[in-house]
Design a protein around this ligand. Sequence first.
Ligand code: BGC
Ligand code: CA
Length: 297
Amino acid sequence: MTIAELSAERVLSVGALLGEGPVWDARDSTLVFVDIDGALVHRYDPSSGRDETFSTAEPVGAVGLRADGGLVLALATGFALSDRAGDGLERVAGFAPPSASVRFNDGEVDPWGRFLAGTMDRAQREPAGSLYRLDPTGAVETLVGGVTISNGLAFSEDRRTLYYVDTPTGQVDAFDVDPDSGEISGRRRAFPVAPEHGMPDGIALDTDGCCWVACYWGSRVCRFTPDGTLDSIVRLPVSCVTSVAFGGPGLRELYVTTAKVDLDERARAAEPDAGDLFVVSTGAAGFEPSRFGTAAS
Ligand code: BGC
Ligand code: CA
C-alpha cells in the first residue's frame, strides 16, 4: 500500500513551550489550545488571525469546552472551571493528584459530558500517573492507574471504543466502552506506532474511523486505518509534534500543536517554528468535540 505524504503549514507563530490539547469551538469558529509549561490558554480565530490568551496560575495540561460556554481545565495539580476568557476561575474542591511528582497532561470531554484527563510522571519514567474522570457534580473517579505519560484520548463515533495513549508504550490502546453508561473495560493494544515515527502523543479520529496520531520527536502526524495500517504521513518542520484536532468549516482542517521545551539551543535555532500552530487539509473530516455538562442524546 502506498502511504500518502502531506505537509502541514504554519498558521500561527506562538512559539509555545509546550503547545497542546487543541479543541475546536464551533460556536464561534475558534481553536482553543494550551501551552502547558507556558501556563497559557490560547483562543485562535482563523478568520481574523487573532490569538487571545489568558494565564493560569500553574501549568495547564488540558482544556475542554463546557455546555454553558465556559471551560473546564486540568491544571497541573487539579481540575478547575472558568468562563471562556479565564475569568471566575474556580478550582474543583476535594481532589488533587496524590503526588507532586505528577502533573495533569492531556484530556477530553466524553460523549456523556464528563471530562477525562490523565497525569504523567514529570520525570517521564515511572508509571506514577492515572487517568481520571471529572463528573459535572465535581466527583472524580480513577479509571486507569500505572500510567507513565497519559496522553491522547478519543471516543469512536458509535461510543463503543475509547482510544488511549500512554506515550512510552509506543502504541495506541483501545478500551471497550458501554454505549449507555460510558464505563470502560477490556484494555488492549489497538496498533503499534513504529519508533521510526516518533512517540505517540495526542490523537484525533476522523469520520472514516481512522486515527491521526501526533508523533513527538517524529516531525509528523501519522494516520492509521481502523485495522492499524499506516496510510498517511503529514510532515512538519519541527520535531516535537504534540497533538491534533479537526476544525474549520465542516471540520475539514487538521490543526496540529507543537513544542520547543525539549529542544536545546542548537535545535531551537534549527527549528525556528517549534512551538507554533500548524494546519493541513487532508481530505478527512472530524467531529465536533463533546461539551462538559451535556449528556449524550
Ligand atoms: C507531554 C510532554 C511529553 C510528551 C511526550 C506530551 O503530551 O506534555 O511532557 O514530553 O507528551 O510525547
Ligand atoms: Ca499530549
